[in-house]
Structures are given as structure tokens and as C-alpha cells.
Design a protein around this ligand. Structure first.
Ligand SMILES: NC(=O)c1ccc[n+]([C@@H]2O[C@H](COP(=O)([O-])OP(=O)(O)OC[C@H]3O[C@@H](n4cnc5c(N)ncnc54)[C@H](OP(=O)(O)O)[C@@H]3O)[C@@H](O)[C@H]2O)c1
Length: 270
């Protein structure tokens, strides 16, 4: 990643909570200079302060990038102080769920380059996936810079249309939580069959992590990987009969869960 422009002009991060910090860790690990980073956050973490990052001080006049990572509900508080970064060369990046590009254009001006991003928390270990979409003022160089920054913490996909963003948020933005809940519930199922809590959790974590890695690195589609585990008339088939039930299994459950998350994203943006 070419960080020269960020190290020269600076980067402002608004909100250094779970998502903002995860991205910042990735960028620092790839050569972003701590003294080029200016963070606005009411309660900065001591770990970031110790790294020489500037917190809640004077901001550069013309930073290369402003990254907005506050909760959608805090956006009305956070945006007014950032208005001065609009209509210039500063690229505005935002990771907030729901909040539309139109809302940022109202705050910054429509000639401001704005890229909306939906990352996820595996970014903290460089294993995230981010979807990006820019406004009309965001040119190829702006999108390339956004893609380059997010590539530092995982995969990046470009969307064709902003209307896809709520579905992306519901699938990959929120998705890590579904997987963590799968680990919890698999472990609980093992405990119900007599395993100790520690052993059940170890087995569930390693199984989900290993299966996830296999799905990521191999050429086989997930359906084939599933079949490879499933002996006819065996144990997996017995479980999948329940999990793949069209009325009560994963398909209707996850369809409903992902629809609920997408609907909530639309509400947050309304
Ligand atoms: N977490 C995820 O998995 C995830 C994934 C994709 C996208 N996102 C998006 O990322 C954004 C942040 O989520 P998060 O989970 O990182 O939340 P978070 O941990 O609560 O982080 C938000 C940070 O912003 C600070 N803050 C509040 N008001 C502010 C203001 N006016 N100016 C500057 N900073 C302010 C908060 O401080 P206090 O805590 O002291 O209020 C907190 O440190 C959200 O918009 C969310 O939709 C999150």
C-alpha cells in the first residue's frame, strides 16, 4: 500500500472504537506513521495514545483522508465539526451502517469525494472483507485509495450500487456475530452431550475456524465441502436433516436474520 500521501498530508479518524481501532491497527502495521494520525474520540484507548497518535488536538487543514467510524446514532453530533473538510481534496471515508451517501453530501457538499465502506471486525487480524461504493465526486484515484486502505485489513469488493449496502451490512458486516454465535451454540450442543464446557468450546472454535479456512483457501464450493463430510446414512446426515429443514432449519432462519439486519440498516439510514 502506498501510504506516502497519508504520511505527508495526514489522516483523521473520527471514532476509535472497535471498528475504527481495528482498521487503524492494520494501517499502522503496514507503515502508516503514528504522527500522521489524528484521532477524534471522547475516550481514546491508552494503548493507542502510547503509540504516539495525536488525540483530540488540532487537525490538519487538508488531510488526505477523513475516516468516520462513529455509530450511526452519533452521526448528527460528529458531522458538524467536520464540515470544513468538505468540497476540497480530502477524501471522506465512512464505515457507518445505514447512513447514506446523500446524508454525507448534505453535511460536506456534493462535490466532496465520499466513499462508503462496510468492513467487518476480522479486519483486526487482516482477515476482513470490505465493500466500497463512492459518490459521483469520488474519482478513480479516490476509489483506488479507499481500496488500498481497506486491502491492508482484508479483501475488498466494489459495489455497483449503494442500494446493495444494506444487504452487504447484513451479510458480512454483521456476519461475524452470527459465526461467533454458531460457536457458542455448537459448544452448548456438545455440553448437552456430556462434554466439559472447556473441551466443547475448544472443539467448536477449532472446527469453525478450520472449516472457515478450508472454505476460503480451497477451490471447492461450500456445498461440495459439506458433502465431503457427510457419509450416507451417517452422523452428519442425521444432523443436516435438522439443520437443512426448509421450515425450521438454517435456510429460513438465516434468511429471516439477514432480512432483519438489512431492514435495520434501512431504518438507520432513513
Ligand atoms: N463493530 C462492527 O463490527 C462494525 C462493522 C462494520 C461497520 N461498523 C460501523 O462502525 C461504526 C463504529 O462501530 P463500533 O462497533 O466501532 O462502535 P464503537 O466501538 O462504539 O466505536 C465508536 C467510537 O466513537 C466514539 N464517539 C462517539 N461520539 C463521537 C463523536 N461525536 N466524535 C468522535 N468519536 C465519537 C465512541 O466513544 P464512546 O464509546 O466514548 O461514546 C467510540 O469510541 C458504526 O457506525 C458501525 O455501524 C461496525
Amino acid at each position: 500500500m502506498d501510504l506516502d500521501v497519508l504520511n505527508q498530508r495526514g489522516i483523521v479518524l473520527v471514532g476509535a472504537g472497535r471498528m475504527g481501532s481495528a482498521m487503524l491497527e492494520g494501517w499502522l502495521a503496514r507503515g502508516l506513521q503514528p504522527d500522521a494520525v489524528h484521532v477524534i474520540d471522547p475516550n481514546p484507548s491508552p494503548a493507542l495514545i502510547e503509540r504516539g497518535i495525536r488525540f483530540n488536538g488540532a487537525l490538519p487543514d487538508d488531510p488526505a483522508v477523513v475516516v468516520i467510524a462513529v455509530k450511526p446514532q452519533m452521526m448528527a453530533d460528529a458531522l458538524p465539526q467536520l464540515k470544513g473538510f468538505g468540497n476540497g481534496d480530502t477524501l471522506i471515508l465512512t464505515v457507518a451502517a445505514g447512513v447514506t451517501i446523500a446524508a454525507y453530501e448534505r453535511a460536506f457538499g456534493a462535490s466532496t469525494p465520499i466513499v462508503r465502506i462496510m468492513p467487518n471486525t476480522p479486519a483486526a487480524i487482516g482477515q476482513g472483507i470490505s465493500a466500497i461504493i463512492g459518490n459521483a465526486a469520488a474519482g478513480p484515484a479516490d476509489l483506488a485509495l479507499a481500496e488500498s486502505l481497506m486491502s491492508a485489513v482484508g479483501q475488498v469488493v466494489r459495489l455497483d450500487d449503494e442500494s446493495q449496502m444494506d444487504a452487504v451490512t447484513a451479510l458480512s458486516g454483521s456476519g461475524p456475530a452470527y459465526v461467533f454465535h454458531l460457536i457458542e451454540t455448537m459448544a452448548a450442543g456438545g455440553e448437552a452431550q456430556g462434554l466439559s464446557p472447556e473441551l466443547a468450546l475448544q472443539l467448536a472454535r477449532a472446527t469453525v475456524a478450520g472449516a472457515g479456512q478450508l472454505a476460503l483457501v480451497g477451490d471447492l464450493p461450500p456445498g461440495k465441502l459439506r458433502e465431503n463430510v457427510t457419509s450416507p446414512g451417517g452422523t452428519t446426515a442425521a444432523a443436516l436433516k435438522i439443520l437443512m429443514d426448509g421450515e425450521t432449519g438454517f435456510p429460513p432462519l438465516l434468511r429471516r436474520a439477514i432480512a432483519a439486519a438489512a431492514d435495520r440498516g434501512r431504518e438507520l439510514g432513513a
